[in-house]
Design a binder for this molecule. Structure first.
Ligand code: SF4
Length: 336
């Protein structure tokens, strides 16, 4: 790690801009959003350290940056990991300066950082800056667009909603979803999910809920919706645990053979690689079976196989059952 760190210390991917006495340390994509917030013009009071190599962090580079500053604001997504590391670097070096970020209340704990949030943080950090905190982020949001015409998710969601109605309605089930095109099912008319967290998390979260409800003699049925990319990302690990603990759970893997929401990129079970060349595809169904789950139903939606009866069987099964619903994505699947 020391060798890697020494290379990161001089990496061209980490850079310093401006020499103002107020520093902003921006991690990864936060830098692009920071510059957009500043309209790509750096106020003379600010200096920016743009970090793109995080593990191990370039301590000497951070140390040098801190030495020249009166105070520093750290912008990063998710947990304040860089912020804490910067504080540690300062403490070890005996540098005393305010280090602001999430832990000091200068950066929002909740939600993603966009221009309004970054402007608000900068205004609190540096008095007199007065950046506009108005305006919505204008980037495209495919997750807020409706499902495409001919989407294989449509018959799955329709059948699922019908079966849920037969079981007594939404109050009788808990549906845990994942990121990916299935979030479009959160728009009317389906509004399919009760819970959604991070990619691949649905199986693990649903498993915990199912075990907890079961322990408390709850009658609710728990369903995890997982895309094929999410399954390979980390859903598989959750399924291994669910199977081992015999979690009373129906897992529905919506398998369209690629990563649709972000632009049709391949995943390990795709038939072609990122360049479109044939690749040896991982056996998703084989992996599901090898976790030791109870029953597995594979439904080919393109052939009109009956997803509704598979869902009904899945709802009745004891332990962990899995439906793999396969259907071609008309938006991104290749013809050949
Ligand atoms: S991109 Fe594909 S999977 Fe996503 S909504 Fe459109 S058809 Fe469905």
């Amino acid at each position: 790690m020391d060798i890697v760190r020494s290379r990161f210390e001089v990496s061209p991917f980490n850079s310093v801009e401006g020499d103002g006495s107020y520093g902003v340390i921006a991690g990864g994509f936060s830098y692009s959003k920071l510059m957009k917030t500043l309209s790509y013009k750096l106020p003379r009071e600010l200096g920016i350290l743009h970090l793109t190599t995080f593990n191990p962090l370039p301590h000497d580079l951070i140390h040098t940056f801190l030495q020249e500053k009166e105070s520093v604001l750290v912008l990063e997504e998710s947990a304040p990991l860089i912020e804490r590391a910067v504080r540690e670097v300062a403490q070890r070096a005996g540098i005393t300066l305010p280090i602001c970020g999430r832990e000091t209340g200068h950066v929002n704990w909740v939600g993603e950082l966009f221009s309004p949030q970054i402007a608000d943080s900068l205004n609190r950090f540096l008095s007199g800056l007065d950046l506009s905190t108005e305006g919505e982020d204008s980037r495209p949001r495919p997750s807020r667009e409706p499902l495409c015409e001919g989407c294989p998710y449509v018959p799955v969601f329709e059948a699922l909603m019908e079966v849920i109605e037969e079981l007594g309605g939404r109050d009788e089930v808990v549906v845990v979803g994942d990121p990916g095109c299935m979030v479009r099912g959160q728009l009317p008319p389906y509004e399919i999910m009760d819970i959604k967290h991070s990619l691949g998390s649905s199986v693990g979260i649903a498993s915990g809920i199912a075990l907890s409800l079961n322990k408390n003699s709850g009658k609710k049925r728990v369903i995890a919706l997982c895309g094929d990319s999410g399954f390979f990302h980390s859903g598989l690990a959750g399924l291994v645990d669910a199977a081992r603990m015999k979690a009373p759970l129906l897992v529905m893997i919506l398998d369209n053979g690629l990563t649709a929401l972000s632009g049709g990129q391949p995943h390990p079970a795709s038939l072609v690689d990122a360049r479109g060349a044939p690749q040896r595809a991982a056996d998703l169904v084989g992996m599901v079976r090898n976790t030791g789950v109870g029953e597995v139903w594979v439904v080919d939606l393109d052939r009109g196989e009956d997803i509704r009866s598979a869902i009904k069987k899945g709802m009745d099964t004891q332990g962990t059952g899995v439906i793999v619903a396969r259907g071609r994505c008309p938006q991104w699947s290749r013809e050949d």
